[in-house]
Design a protein around this ligand. Structure first.
Ligand code: ADP
Ligand code: ASP
Ligand code: MG
Length: 407
C-alpha cells in the first residue's frame, strides 16, 4: 500500500467525459489499496478565459483580484471530480487551497508555498477517503487568496507529496512522459524513461512547459520521487531521478528546449568605458525586468554594441526605458526585436564531451540560420535565433545529435 499524490492537468480534466475517466483511474488506485491525494488544474482553456475577462476591464488589473479570479477555475474541477468519485462509491472530498492550509507568501500571481498543514488530509485518508485539492492556489498570512504562477498545479502536487511524504508524485498530462523535445514540434521526439533533476530543471527553465520549474525545484529539494505520465494511456512515463547514468551510451545531449517568449534589445554605439553595462542594466532591473542573455561587441572605434534579452511581456517597457536613456548613455541607436526565440541543448553528458557548441553552430549554419546571441553553462548551450526558424532549428539539432526515434 502506497501513498500517491496524483496531479491531473487541464486537458486531463478538460471535459466531463475526461473528468469521469480521471475518476475511474483514481478509483482503480484506491481499489488497489493505495491512499490517494489528487491535485487538479482548471479545465483546459479556463484560466486563459478568466484572464481575458479581466483584461477586458483593465490591461493591468490588481494582482490580488487576479488571484481571486483565476483561482476559481480549480474550484470547479475539484467539486466535479469529487462528485464523479462519489458516484462511483468512493468517499472523496474536495478542498480548496486554504481549506488544506496551503500557506504561501504574498507575491500574488507568483506566490511560493511556505507550509502545508496536512492534518485534515491525513484524517480523511486514514478514514479511507480520497482527498482532492485545488491546484495552483494558496492563502497568505492575511488570508488573501494567492496563485502560484502559470502551470502552478504541478507545484501544488509536488508540495503536497513533500508534506505528506508520499511514495511518489505522479503528474498526469496529455503526453506520456518527458520527451527529448516537445513532441508537438518534433514528431520524431523520443520519450525518456528517466531524466535527471538537473536536466529537468534546465529543460523547465529554458521553456519545456511539461513541468513548472518550481515543481522540479521543490521535488529536488525535498527528494520527492516525481513521475510524468499520460492520463489517456497506460505506461510508466518518465521518472525524474537523482541518478546520473554514466554508462558509455549516456547521450551527450538529453533534450532540446525552446522558448518563444523572448525579445532582444540592442543599445548601439555606446562609448566603451567602465560602468557602461551597469548604466544600461541597472535601470532595467530597477523596473523589475529580468534580463536573460547578455552580449557585448566592441568595435575598433572605441564604441560598443550592447545586446540583452528579456521576456516578451517586458519588451515594450524595457525598450521605453532605454530609449529615454539613449541620450544620457550617448548611444547611437536603441533597437529591438521581439520575433526571436531561444533554443537550448541540455545534457549532463556535455560535461565530458567537447565540441557540442561547434556541432550546434555548424548544424544551424548548414540550415542558413543566423545566431543572434549565445550563452553556455556546464550542461546547456542556448542560442537566440529568429522565431521563424524555430521548428527548423529544433528538428535539425534533434537529428544532428542523434535524438530522433527510430522510424
Ligand atoms: P497540463 O495541462 O497537463 O499541465 P501542459 O500543457 O502544461 O499540460 O504540459 C504538457 C505539454 O508540454 C505537452 O502537451 C507538450 O506539448 C509540452 N512539452 C514541451 N516540452 C516537452 C517535452 N520535452 N516533453 C514532453 N512534453 C513537452
Ligand atoms: N490553471 C493554471 C494555469 O493554467 C494552473 C495549472 O494548470 O497548472 O496556469
Ligand atoms: Mg502544465
Amino acid at each position: 500500500m502506497a501513498l500517491y499524490v496524483q496531479k491531473y492537468g487541464g486537458t486531463s480534466v478538460g471535459t466531463i467525459e475526461r473528468i469521469e475517466a480521471v475518476a475511474d483511474k483514481v478509483k482503480s488506485f484506491h481499489d488497489a489499496g493505495h491512499q490517494i491525494v489528487v491535485a487538479v488544474s482548471a479545465m483546459s482553456g479556463e484560466t486563459n478565459r478568466l484572464i481575458s475577462l479581466a483584461k477586458q476591464i483593465d490591461a493591468a488589473p490588481a494582482p490580488r483580484e487576479m488571484d481571486v479570479l483565476v483561482s476559481t477555475g480549480e474550484q470547479v474541477t475539484i467539486a466535479l471530480l469529487a462528485m464523479a468519485l462519489q458516484k462511483r462509491g468512493v468517499d472523496a472530498r474536495s478542498y480548496t487551497g486554504w481549506q488544506v492550509g496551503i500557506k504561501t507568501d504574498s507575491a500574488f500571481m507568483k506566490a511560493r508555498i511556505e507550509d502545508i498543514d496536512t492534518a485534515n488530509m491525513r484524517q480523511h485518508l486514514d478514514n479511507g477517503g480520497v482527498v482532492i485539492v485545488a491546484g495552483f492556489q494558496g492563502v497568505d498570512d492575511d488570508n488573501n487568496i494567492t496563485t502560484l504562477g502559470r502551470g502552478g498545479s504541478d507545484t501544488t502536487g509536488v508540495a503536497l507529496a513533500a508534506a505528506l511524504k508520499a511514495d511518489e508524485c505522479q503528474i498526469y498530462t496529455d503526453v506520456d512522459g518527458v520527451y527529448t523535445t516537445d513532441p508537438r514540434v518534433v514528431p520524431a521526439a523520443r520519450r525518456m524513461d528517466k531524466v535527471t533533476f538537473e536536466e529537468m530543471l534546465e529543460m523547465a527553465s529554458l521553456g519545456s512547459k511539461v513541468l513548472q520549474i518550481r515543481s522540479v525545484e521543490f521535488a529536488g529539494k525535498y527528494k520527492v520521487p516525481l513521475r510524468v505520465l499520460s492520463s489517456f494511456t497506460e505506461g510508466n512515463g518518465t521518472l525524474i531521478t537523482t541518478e546520473e547514468n554514466d554508462s558509455v551510451e549516456n547521450p551527450v545531449i538529453s533534450g532540446i528546449a525552446f522558448n518563444r517568449d523572448e525579445a532582444k534589445i540592442t543599445v548601439k554605439g555606446v562609448p566603451d568605458i567602465p560602468g557602461v553595462a551597469s548604466r544600461i542594466l541597472v535601470p532595467v532591473s530597477d523596473a523589475n525586468i529580468e534580463v536573460d542573455m547578455i552580449v557585448q561587441n566592441v568595435s575598433d572605434d572605441g564604441s560598443t554594441d550592447f545586446t540583452f534579452t528579456v521576456h516578451r511581456n517586458d519588451y515594450q517597457k524595457a525598450l521605453k526605458i532605454l530609449n529615454e536613456l539613449a541620450g544620457e548613455l550617448k548611444a547611437r541607436e536603441v533597437a529591438g526585436k521581439d520575433d526571436i526565440c531561444k533554443v537550448s541543448l541540455v545534457g549532463v553528458g556535455m560535461r565530458s564531451h567537447a565540441g557540442v557548441a561547434s556541432k550546434m553552430f555548424k548544424t544551424l549554419a548548414d540550415e542558413n540560420i543566423n545566431i543572434l546571441a549565445i550563452t553556455t553553462s556546464e550542461i546547456k548551450i542556448s542560442v537566440v535565433i529568429a522565431e521563424k526558424y524555430l521548428e527548423l532549428a529544433v528538428r535539425a539539432l534533434h537529428t544532428a545529435f542523434g535524438l530522433d526515434a527510430e522510424a
